[in-house]
Design a protein around this ligand. Sequence first.
Ligand code: 3H9
Length: 681
Amino acid sequence: MTAINDVTDLTVDGDIGVLTVDSPPVNALSANVRDGLATGIAAAIADPAVRAIVLVCAGRTFIAGADISEFGKPPRGAAFPEVQAAFENSPKPIVAAIHGTALGGGLEMALVCHYRVAVASAKFGLPEVKLGLLPGAGGTQRLPRLVGAKAALDMVATGKHIGAKAAAAAGLIDAIVDDLQGGAIEFAHRILAESLPLTRVRDKPVLGVEDGMFDAYRAANAKAFRGFEAPAANIACIEAATTLPFDEGIAFERKRFVELMSGLQSKAQRYVFFAERQANKVDGLDPDAPLLPVGSVGIIGAGTMGGGIAMNFLNAGVPVTIVETRQDALDRGVATIRRNYDNTAAKGRITAADVDARMGLLTPTLDLDTLSAADLIVEAVFENMDIKKEVFGKLDRIAKPHAILASNTSYLNVDEIAAATSRPESVIGLHFFSPANVMRLLEVVRGAKTGGQVLATAMATAKTIGKVAVVSGVCDGFIGNRMLGQRQQQANQLIVEGALPADVDRVLFDFGFPMGPFQMADLAGLDIGWSAETSKGATIRDRLCEAGLRGQKNGHGFYDYDAQRNRTPSPVAEKIILDYAAERGVNRRQIDDAEILERCLYPMVNEGAKILEEKMAQRASDIDIVWVNGYGWPVYRGGPMFWADSVGLRTIADKLAHYGIEPASLLTRLANDDKGFTGAV
Ligand code: 3H9
């Protein structure tokens, strides 16, 4: 074996040169890796003993892409196009041996090899679009030459991965092998024995081009791609592959790549990529410390939340005992879980056997004592402190030592709940977002006495069930709802002062949210937390409820809904708003879109600054992850704190003062120092 550099080596096995990249964690194409590939391929070509070459990676995966952390920095090391040209034009055949994930630049590297083989578990994709980019190393020009225009279009525009079987069927790989390196070497021998050609993907034609296919694709996906710049650029590049000669297509792709790379959207999406991984790390906790076992889970409450939470664990193969107080509620909860699974199976996303396996892991019961065996118990009962305390008092007697006792509260004081037990160190908040089986965010609420091992186990468990976990301290509404409260307060004031609900909703929708606050209120139900007996008509929402408007559920709220749920602003709601304002002597005025946006979003940023100051969030990027994953903040704007940095904290502090809101001291300090929250803009 010859070491090429510290991440690449070359071994000659008979007449096959095996070039191995070993650059943990994911063999990303850093300057070092590119240097190793450039020198390694030259050495293999120069070695007279070598007749064919295998490119393989050590560790958990093939090359997972360009090294994203190098983007935007001064270039170093061998240029990637030159490395690729050396492979593609090699006089000796090269086989890429793929395991794990061949993604982005990794797949583009494999596409300049003459042949590709993979183990059955390998996955393939050009996910650059998820980073606000497009494959910038020939991926958009070579992929359609192998798999056809249609399949390539979908892969680049959505970033979806495909498995080895699909890749083989599509022509992306030439064989599936059992033994990665052995299988690739065997394939290389076959090339030599059969004198197979040095196939260059670039020389192939693009197949499967249909008239109007690009416009049809754009139209069909307009909703999913709304606001994003990268999907259109990806589509344009595949289209270019169908009309331009290869080298012109490459130039077209390169230009679009550089445009996207230098734009704010991609910067935001790359920031979110790293922020999401950072969020799972808890400052001050030893990442290698042993965790508590989570082999079985108990859930108290089989309502919408309890059922959704249960599904997360069932999906991950963890047995769940779900407890209710009444048989009918229990039956309803279990039936809902089954229905959800049946629906997923009907869409072909899981098999009927998966449904049975998951339901087989679920034990419904009315007996709380059954939870004595559970490693983790999640309480998802009514949001009322007395009830929660009662439940935790009981759990304290029932649960085994070291079981984790979690509350799914969305704003109640976790320390007060913990104080109802004799083991506050075992108590933690796990705030799932509705629908809990779908939403990726999990706020992990660390109480004053929550043990480090309990917290670390909660973070690891979140990963196991596919959630993005963010640690929050104990404060009203934690990170997300606390900030949402500020937005809601401003939205409510804006409609009194002169805007209409549809104006506020439109501005936030145009900003990139899936819906605005009044649409959201209608969807959730206006009568949540409202009671006819105690209603005093103190708020617009009270009055809407008093007038029988309940939101989407009865077709009338801030909007009227038809049978297809199309909405039009409600004249009844508008009159209620105008009367409410008139009673308060408000002289309604025209409010422009800029004011609506600033007043909805700047106070959220201000609250985020307070959350940081109070150390309720570990870092500004954690706040962004909460908003991107839990509240529909457009990922291409990075989250409220990243976005605030892009607007400029001076501007935000001044505008807050202009609107009569005192800027948080952290915000003022950073603005005065001309700094940002994230250091990423
Ligand atoms: C590209 O290729 C552009 C080209 O077209 C054009 C070039 C001119 N770079 O996710 P994990 C780190 S764009 C740097 O927890 P998993 C990650 O931050 C790229 N670092 O593991 C983490 O670090 P830490 C296209 C990277 O097993 C550690 O690796 N490729 C990169 O759950 C483990 O990551 C992509 O978009 C990278 N490319 O998932 C693929 N990738 O431990 C992006 C990962 O310090 N990557 N890291 O927190 C992924 O999708 C997943 O990481 C992967 C593994 C599926 C590979």
